[in-house]
Design a binder for this molecule. Structure first.
Ligand SMILES: Cc1cc2nc3c(=O)[nH]c(=O)nc-3n(C[C@H](O)[C@H](O)[C@H](O)COP(=O)(O)OP(=O)(O)OC[C@H]3O[C@@H](n4cnc5c(N)ncnc54)[C@H](O)[C@@H]3O)c2cc1C
Length: 478
């Protein structure tokens, strides 16, 4: 089989491209080194759909941020992805910040983004729990929050439903350029190749002798608070940005938790550890925005790694190697910009290389997920009568039923690990962090995959929960 288009990387960029290309009569393959989609930067970030007031005007970041933001209502409706436009407040905590807010308000106008400058009194009306240190703010009503991991999963589901092929556990380590195609790992043949490999994009370029792009990995650490009070914070709160980026934020999440972070420090590409001094620094900075943050409600910490390009702007272009396209250096606001980037790659680059004929059968929607907890008692009872598995609660903290887990395992982009299940359905996401429900989740996953529970990893193929079924020998093709 020769694929028309090969995509390296199933982060949000690769997933949007896969879904947007699925509507055409093309053979498309996605190659992902991990055992799941969205498991790098795209699944470990601040989850904000930025309004777009912040990027420097006329950059790729500004252009695709603003366009991408506008596309999200329809995308999330079609793909059943949690998304809420809660608005953001950028807060001044020292007199010089007021001047910066005025500059950002001007920049917002240049980027065609609506913002309002607010006094201390006006800001406190919107957010009563702010610290007394806050002097005023910049309100951006179009900012939103999203579930970024499930965005990737649902995009890929829609793509797979329309015959895009996803190869998981497939790190691309070798690329041979032939006259009319590329041969990947001496096995997969593709006519056009797109590099969406995040922090590893420079390594993919090196395989084809391109060394013009260097990616600096920069880690961002976070704390997650439990859903202790629904309106503790109602908007995404930022401090004024610095040359290190948007800085620490406090934000509600679509699953009613609160996110505090990120930090910003250069790191190794695979380093996703969190450490106490950094988390303490985040707590100190966040406390400038909100007084008495209930840090005792912290249920977990995590980190994501930004693929920062040297010039600090997205690189979206055909390279010097014909038919090799790079969509790289997609740091923040890459999640927001992703749908607009994908549209541009298809309309401005791919359309000149390959005929794009629409499939008559294409549907932009996926089958809706049944969320028992969100139904009325009468509706829940109807479902339980139809299928008693919807009455058996597995995750007691988040109240997820066996029926919902079995549904999830039968979808076209299912989980292959405990973390994949946890991030899709929130099984094990509550106070006990899986202490109670993980054994049953493991059993259900193993039954579905017709394997032993010790063959199910927590996350990557190296993270075994029980003993190592491979005796230390990693098997990438499982
Ligand atoms: C801390 C942090 C906070 C952020 N906050 C926001 C935010 O609030 N809003 C926003 O808009 N943006 C935010 N971003 C930016 C956003 O997350 C990224 O721009 C976006 O996720 C990048 O997507 P990607 O697909 O390019 O990269 P990734 O998500 O990293 O995906 C790359 C994929 O390529 C795969 N891969 C790599 N090498 C190979 C190989 N050799 N073979 C096969 N597969 C390979 C990887 O496994 C990975 O799945 C944030 C980023 C971070 C890290």
């Amino acid at each position: 089989m020769i694929y028309d288009i090969g995509i390296i990387g199933a982060g949000v960029i690769g997933c949007f491209l896969a879904r947007d290309l699925a509507k055409y009569r093309l053979k498309v393959a996605v190659f992902e080194k991990n055992n799941d989609v969205g498991n790098e930067a795209s699944g470990a970030n601040s989850a904000i759909i930025h309004s777009g007031y912040d990027p420097l005007p006329h950059t790729n970041k500004a252009k695709y941020n603003v366009l991408g933001n506008q596309m999200y209502d329809q995308i999330c409706k079609d793909l059943d992805v949690p998304f809420q436009r809660i608005g953001s407040l950028t807060l001044a905590v020292q007199p010089s910040d007021i001047e910066t807010l005025q500059m950002l308000h001007q920049r917002a106008k240049e980027n065609h983004v609506e913002t309002q400058l607010l006094s201390q009194e006006e800001v406190l009306k919107l957010e009563p729990n702010l610290s007394k240190q806050v002097l005023g703010g910049l309100y951006a009503p179009s900012a939103g929050i999203i579930d970024p991991f499930n965005l990737c999963v649902h995009l890929m589901e829609n793509a797979i439903d329309h015959h895009v092929q996803l190869f998981l556990n497939t790190p691309i380590q070798e690329i041979e350029k032939k006259e009319d195609r590329f041969v990947l790992n001496q096995k997969y043949q593709v006519k056009i190749l797109i590099n969406c490999a995040g922090v590893h994009a420079d390594e993919i370029n090196h395989l084809l002798g391109i060394d013009s792009v260097s990616i600096i990995p920069r880690k961002g650490e976070y704390l997650v608070l439990d859903h202790f009070q629904s309106d503790w914070i109602r908007h995404t709160l930022f401090l004024v940005p610095s040359d290190q980026g948007k800085g620490v934020l406090i934000s509600p999440t679509t699953s009613q938790n609160y996110l505090i972070g990120p930090s910003a420090s250069v790191c190794l590409k695979e380093d996703k550890d969190t450490d106490k001094p950094t988390l303490l620094e985040i707590k100190k900075t966040a406390s400038k925005m909100v007084a008495d943050i209930p840090f005792s409600q912290t249920i977990r910490t995590f980190a994501g790694v930004r693929p920062t390009p040297k010039n600090h702007d997205f690189i979206i272009e055909e390279t010097t190697v014909s038919n090799f396209i790079q969509v790289v250096g997609i740091e923040s606001p890459g999640l927001t910009a992703a749908p607009a980037i994908s549209k541009m790659v298809i309309e401005s680059i791919l359309s000149k290389k390959i005929p794009l004929h629409l499939k008559k059968t294409y549907r932009p929607t996926i089958k809706k997920y049944l969320k028992i907890q969100e139904l009325s008692f009468a509706k829940r009872n109807q479902w339980i009568k139809k299928n008693p598995n919807y009455g058996e609660i597995v995750c007691k903290c988040e109240k997820i039923t066996k029926g919902e887990i079995l549904d999830c395992l039968s979808r076209s982009c299912p989980p292959h690990s405990i973390k994949g299940l946890k991030k899709r359905l929130r099984v094990g996401f509550g106070k006990c962090q899986g202490g109670m429900c993980q054994p049953q989740a493991l059993k259900l996953l193993a039954e579905k995959k017709h394997c032993q529970p010790n063959q199910i990893p927590y996350d990557s193929l190296k993270s075994w929960i029980l003993d190592d079924p491979l005796g230390g020998k990693e098997n990438e093709n499982r």
